[in-house]
Design a protein around this ligand. Structure first.
Ligand code: NDP
Ligand code: GDP
Length: 371
């Protein structure tokens, strides 16, 4: 039986990857941070009583800032594959805690690579590093001749998160070249799902669409509506991570849909999904969206009501204006093909958030969370 160790198993991607690897028959180990309250909501359905026989899912307390802990866990687990998904993954928050992000997202990657080397597991253990489209920084002059970012496009990170992740990218590549380790970067463009953290823009929007429709939120406050993102579904993207580690030769891959959409259009599509048609008017900080039509009379949404406003708190000191990835290499070499398009992704997220918001215990606090 193959064994895998996932850092960041309690996160969006970690939870989908754990499901996929369990389906494939792996023994799955995950590293989880100790928290003062439970933080395993995304993986609780995978938990098996550890006293049962043939348990294939095990969690270990740990942290990417703690080398000795990582060495001990990797020694104990002797994994065939490590997926390093653990990170402080929020771009805006990285401006607030840049040193911590460098430590976890940058040096944390080095700690994993070094642990494998110290333990002499270079020939056994394959390593996947969660790299990101944030490395490109959205500079127009760095796109390829087709207008996309690909494996050969230059990097120009625009946030402490991007700068920390660029260290993770290069140290992974360097260890592959220096020590002949099987270590790969997946340069993944944004990917979302009903399990996406609530302060990322897509989830913030789908939750607001549900909460506003059901009368549990008055208004959605957003930052830059003009930025463009290549949004895929996390389920498709964890399949690509696994495929990257199954190749004969270790290489880096871009994983993307090849379609880009503005935040404004994402808002429009998400509200359409609950039957609410919006009109945008005004410019920059004065832009608003009002209700033009509401297909569901039980929602009691007044025509003309303003339900989206701009709050400059959500602007970033430096922004990535456009992300659009070229998945040609991953499609041809990995045989990877996404199953979801944007419409399918939004549909699933909105349906899930409608169910969540309908619960009596739901309390619309999200507009007070800066992110
Ligand atoms: P999430 O924010 O949902 O999950 C991050 C995970 O990392 C959580 O399990 C979190 O634990 C854990 N973590 C945070 N800090 C530490 C630490 N110090 N030590 C150990 N674990 C830690 O991110 P996603 O699942 O969306 O993303 C997975 C990876 O892919 C991340 O590295 C992210 O940067 C990268 N990525 C994501 C993209 C996306 O669009 N989703 C795009 C490209 C790259 P806890 O639950 O305790 O907070
Ligand atoms: P990112 O691409 O990793 O930064 O993912 P996010 O989902 O956090 O942000 C995507 C884009 O949406 C960025 O260009 C943000 O500036 C923009 N955006 C606009 N309003 C908001 C907001 O309220 N929250 C977040 N997180 N992003 C916003």
């Amino acid at each position: 039986m193959k064994s895998a160790l996932i850092t960041g198993i309690t996160g969006q991607d970690g939870s989908y990857l754990a499901e996929l690897l369990l389906e494939k028959g792996y023994m799955v180990h995950g590293i989880k941070r100790r928290a003062s309250s439970f933080n395993t909501q995304r993986i609780d359905h995978l938990y098996i009583d550890q006293h049962e026989q043939h348990v294939r899912f095990k969690l270990h307390y740990g942290d990417l800032t703690d080398s000795t802990n990582l060495i001990r866990i990797i020694q104990e687990v002797q994994p065939d594959e490590i997926y390093n998904l653990g990170a402080m993954s929020h771009v805006k928050v990285s401006f607030d805690s840049p040193e911590y992000v460098a430590n976890v997202d940058g040096i944390g990657t080095l700690r994993i690579l070094e642990a494998v080397r110290i333990l002499g597991l270079e020939k056994k253990t394959r390593i996947y590093q969660a790299s990101t489209s944030e490395l490109y920084g959205g500079l127009p002059e760095n796109k390829n001749e087709k207008g996309f970012y690909d494996e050969n496009s230059p990097f120009y990170p625009r946030s402490p998160y991007g700068v920390a992740k660029i260290y993770g990218f290069w140290i992974t590549k360097n260890y592959r070249e220096a020590y002949n380790m099987y270590a790969c970067n997946g340069v993944l463009f944004n990917h979302e799902s009903p399990r996406r953290g609530e302060t990322f823009v897509t989830r913030k929007i789908t939750m607001a669409a549900a909460a506003i429709a059901l009368g549990k939120q008055e208004c959605l406050y957003l930052g830059n509506l003009n930025s463009l993102r290549d949004w895929g579904h996390a389920k498709d993207y964890v399949e690509a991570m696994w495929r990257i580690l199954q190749q004969d030769v270790a290489e880096d891959y871009v994983i993307a849909t090849g379609v880009t959409t503005s935040v404004r259009d994402f808002v429009r599509i998400a509200f359409e999904e609950v039957g609410v048609e919006l009109a945008f008017e005004g410019e920059a900080e004065n832009e608003i969206a009002t209700v033009v039509a509401c297909a569901n009379p039980s929602y009691q949404l007044e025509i003309g009501k303003t339900i989206v406003k701009i709050d400059p708190t959500y602007y970033r000191p430096t922004e990535v204006d456009l992300l659009l990835g070229d998945p040609t290499k991953s499609k041809t070499q990995l045989g990877w093909e996404p199953q979801y398009d944007l419409a399918g992704l939004v549909k699933e997220m909105v349906a899930s958030d409608l169910e969540l918001v309908k619960k009596e215990s739901y309390n619309a606090q999200w507009e007070h969370i800066v992110g």
